[in-house]
Design a binder for this molecule. Structure first.
Ligand code: COI
Length: 349
């Protein structure tokens, strides 16, 4: 599919240091946009970053027919730019779109749009350690109609924003046993807007209690650990990397999957299985050294220092020799080309 590139007359690059930027607040100069109408994708283009003109009746605004991805591009040691795991993100995007009855974007359009946009805005690539260009592909149902139906018109867009670490300090989290993120058969595995909007209220309550985030548990009994807000959750206990197995209600995180592969290849024992709250509590009570961290594109590896279970708070191990930092370094080294990319995870722009 051919598409035109309209280039903004006055690039506005103003960011010099991502460490002082709120995550996702500053867009780059350009965005990609394509329209879906009459059963096909048309009018694909790169334009200056701009507001949208959509109907107030747009189905996506009323009924949440929206899907997104979170990806990152990195500045490599040799000066090249790497978009990390484009294929895996595309596949997950397709699964989310299928779940939300939205049209898939052809892979060549997705890849080419991303390549062109990142190339064009490569001047925005931050240089500091721990920083990257965050890439947000997303789709929204734009057909204007208040009737509840699957839309017939959509916009697929990609925007970018220079980013530092999502969490800049170790997290205090609580195991959530009242509210749920997703239930069996729900949309938990899809990266759809509603999963995030629905998490705001419980997360706000947790914040009022002094926590940064919640750890979700299964909706049926609140006995099994699922994931944390904005990221998957992992534990390193007795030389073993443990994470909840993907159930129908956990997001298939790309960083989760990369870390598991990297750990296995480094000879670390990995367990993807059910992790119960009771097991975790028992291990804390027994004085076991527990590392806990969030894993996500935005979060990368986010150390957790406190986990509250019921009315008790437990401390996790966050000292500099913790295994999670080694895993994070291995992931970062691969992305910046310091170590070989044996899986072809890196897409060089
Ligand atoms: C990501 O990690 O990319 C996400 O989409 C999570 C978040 C920023 C909402």
């Amino acid at each position: 599919m051919e598409f035109n590139i309209a280039i903004t007359a006055l690039p506005e690059r103003v960011v010099t240091d991502t460490r002082s930027l709120p995550f996702g607040k500053v867009p780059t100069d350009h965005m990609f946009i394509a329209e879906y109408k009459d059963g096909k994708w048309t009018d694909a283009r790169i334009t200056p970053f701009q507001d949208l003109n959509i109907s107030p009746l747009a189905i996506g605004l009323h009924y949440g027919q929206t899907v997104f991805e979170g990806m990152k591009a990195f500045s490599m040691e040799d000066g090249k730019i790497n978009i990390f795991r484009m294929q895996k993100h595309y596949e997950r995007f397709c699964k989310s779109l299928d779940r939300m009855c939205m049209p898939r974007v052809p892979q060549n359009l997705f890849n080419e749009a991303m390549h062109q946009l990142v190339h064009l805005d490569s001047g925005w690539m931050p240089g500091e350690a721990e920083s990257s260009l965050y890439i947000r592909p997303f789709m929204i149902a734009t057909e204007g109609r208040i009737g509840v139906k699957i839309a017939e018109e959509y916009l697929f867009m990609i925007v970018c924003s220079p980013a530092y670490q999502y969490y800049t300090a170790p997290l205090k989290v609580k195991v959530e046993t009242t509210y749920s993120r997703a239930a069996d058969g729900g949309t938990g595995t899809a990266k759809c807007g509603g999963n995030y909007g629905g998490a705001f209220y419980p997360t706000q309550l947790a914040r009022e209690q002094g926590f940064d985030q919640v750890i979700w548990t299964d909706a049926r009994n609140h006995e099994l650990i699922e994931e944390s807000g904005t990221m998957n959750v992992m534990f390193y206990i007795n030389d073993t990397l443990i994470t909840p197995a993907l159930s129908g209600s956990i997001l298939d995180g790309v960083t989760r999957s990369s870390l598991l592969d990297i750990a296995r290849e480094a000879g670390i024992k990995v367990e993807e299985r059910q992790v119960s709250v009771a097991e975790l509590k028992e291990a804390f009570e027994a004085g076991t050294r527990i590392e806990a961290f969030g894993a996500g594109t935005a979060a990368v590896v986010a150390p957790i220092e406190i986990i509250a279970i019921g009315d008790k708070s437990y401390s996790c191990y966050i000292q500099a020799d913790a295994a999670m930092y080694r895993l994070k370094t291995m992931l970062n080294d691969l992305r910046i080309g310091k170590t070989p990319d044996n899986h072809s995870w890196n897409y060089i722009v």
